[in-house]
Design a protein around this ligand. Structure first.
Ligand SMILES: [Cu+2]
Length: 256
């Protein structure tokens, strides 16, 4: 009888404790915020900001940009693994009139994360045009929370993560077209994939409103999880005690 009671108690403690431990760990490390000031490439006229909060490998990403080709999708990525810098239009090495994604790579590196609206966010979704934001009125307002890979997390810490938005209407036709084809996908016009804006993701200044807000939010969430874990444990214990009391009363009733 004592063994039967002891087993569920141990199980309840084991179920509750990992959650409390995780919350304590994330509260200790804290969330880190990064900000990118987007500058135009390929004379796109794009202006904007990127904000990223990393809590472990959980990234909350916000991108606000204006001046994009309206009604067209714009691929957007974290690029990693190079200098953590943005190229300039002068890096058009082959002289085709475009700074291509490849020509920018020595500065910002390869795709580390695809900032899609749904589904996969790996480099494999780099050109998943149907899952990137469409700039309905020439602006993009993007927010999503998802997991990044370890190498992307490391790039943020090293200062080599760069936010890049693609798709530029260089000839002003109102669509992605022209004779120059993409260095990434020869079936697409260069305009569809050439970078339109770029910004290095740098650790946000202390006291910056968006960064502070995001960190407060993460702290509240961790606290809420801890409360929930304890609440579940307490409920389960109450339930076990209640069941025991009922069984006891039944036995008493049987004996009477
Ligand atoms: Cu990119």
């Amino acid at each position: 009888m004592r063994k039967a009671l002891a087993l569920p108690t141990v199980a309840i403690a084991a179920a509750a404790f990992p959650l409390l431990t995780m919350s304590a760990a994330s509260a200790h490390e804290g969330a880190h915020s990064y900000q990118a000031d987007l500058g135009a490439l390929n004379s796109s006229g794009v202006d904007g900001t990127g904000m990223v909060t990393l809590d472990g490998n959980t990234a909350t990403v916000m991108v606000e940009a204006t001046g994009l080709l309206a009604g067209s999708p714009h691929a957007q990525h974290f690029h990693i693994g190079a200098l953590g810098e943005c190229p300039t239009d002068a890096d058009d090495k082959d002289g085709d009139g475009f700074l291509s994604t490849t020509e920018g790579a020595p500065a910002y590196g390869a795709i580390g994360t695809s900032l899609t609206t749904t589904g996969d966010t790996s480099p494999e979704s780099g050109l998943a045009i149907d899952r990137f934001p469409t700039a309905d009125d020439g602006s993009v307002s993007y927010e999503r929370t998802f997991e990044v890979s370890d190498d992307v997390h490391a790039a943020f810490e090293e200062g080599t993560a760069v936010l890049v938005l693609h798709g530029v209407d260089k000839n002003g036709s109102g669509a992605y077209d022209g004779d120059v084809m993409s260095d990434l996908d020869p079936s697409l016009p260069m305009e569809a994939t050439a970078p339109a804006a770029c910004g290095s993701l740098e650790a946000a200044q202390m006291g910056a409103a968006p960064a502070g807000g995001a960190e407060t939010g993460a702290g509240s969430t961790a606290g809420f999880e801890a409360q929930t874990a304890m609440g579940v444990g307490a409920l389960a214990l109450a339930g076990a005690a209640g069941a025991g009391a009922i069984a006891y009363r039944r036995r008493q009733a049987d004996q009477a």
